[in-house]
Design a protein around this ligand. Structure first.
Ligand SMILES: C[S@@+](CC[C@H](N)C(=O)[O-])C[C@H]1O[C@@H](n2cnc3c(N)ncnc32)[C@H](O)[C@@H]1O
Length: 255
């Protein structure tokens, strides 16, 4: 059981944090997609915190995720608001679409859940097939900086009514040779009468700039890097990725 199988808690903490990404994504679509942006896809969509807001803004947005519980939560919310229950249970390394998308997005490191090179490659091949020419794939991930220290922990807290949830994530072990970081993730859940903790451990694959851009992306000629930003999501501040870079949002153009 993964902590992603507790969508109510996930969405309480991460779901409130959507506005900066929403504004950034819509700005990026305007700036970088050739032609109109109508159909969107979010691989690893989780609870659909972004799908919900983007559908509400008038986009057609589909998503897929490995967690059936997260997909169920996502579709329920969409239905409740009279929107399209458009998420399906699927693996982002192995899926097919029936008609192509103008753009896709995958913003907060979900891509790094793909622990093997062949999985990351298969994912990008699926995405290249799913996005029309002139479209883009917005891919956000933390690189391992070659200079300076990578960040090792984060913690977020949110409250709704009588429910309060804190998520904490900390690094257990980093092995850059074998290309993984092992994290501990914990949910602390408080209600007026109870305090419960849920724990999980998982690996993220690590990437330096060279490993991502040259060893992986170069093998998928359908994608070219159109621009790079960081997690401050400022469209007016594109960044130059270098050996210090950590949080990077790649705008991959489908050529
Ligand atoms: C950090 S959450 C991000 C969810 C969502 N994109 C968001 O921004 O809130 C990572 C998600 O990746 C999903 N995931 C991990 N491996 C996957 C795979 N191979 N295929 C599809 N989804 C996957 C997990 O189930 C989880 O919902």
């Amino acid at each position: 059981m993964s902590l992603y199988d507790y969508p109510r808690y996930y969405d309480l903490v991460y779901g409130s944090d959507w506005k900066a990404e929403f504004d950034f994504l819509t700005g990026v679509f305007n700036k970088h997609v050739c032609g109109e942006t109508k159909r969107l896809l979010e691989p690893a969509c989780g609870t659909g915190r972004l799908i919900f807001r983007l559908q509400r803004a008038g986009f057609q947005v589909d998503g897929l995720d490995l967690s059936s519980k997260a997909v169920h939560y996502c579709n329920k919310r969409l239905q409740r608001h009279g929107l399209q229950a458009s998420a399906w249970v699927g693996d982002m390394t192995n899926f097919k679409v029936t008609s192509k998308y103008c753009a896709a997005f995958n913003t907060i490191n979900s891509f790094r859940h793909l622990e093997q090179h062949h999985q990351a490659r298969d994912h990008l091949v699926c995405m290249a097939k799913a996005i029309r020419k002139g479209g883009i794939y917005v891919l956000g991930l933390h690189l391992s900086p070659k200079i300076g220290e990578a960040s090792e922990e984060e913690s977020w807290i949110a409250r709704r009514g009588h429910l309060c949830v804190q998520t904490s994530m900390w690094l257990i072990h980093r092995n850059l040779k074998q290309r993984y970081e092992r994290f501990h993730m914990r949910y602390d859940i408080w209600t007026p009468t109870n305090h419960e903790t849920l724990d999980d451990k998982f690996n993220f694959r690590t990437y330096t700039k060279k490993q991502f851009e040259e060893e992986l992306l170069k093998g998928i000629p359908e994608f070219e890097i159109a621009a790079t930003y960081d997690f401050s999501y400022d469209l007016n501040q594109p960044i130059q990725v270098d050996d210090h870079s950590e949080d990077v949002v790649y705008i991959l153009k489908r050529v």
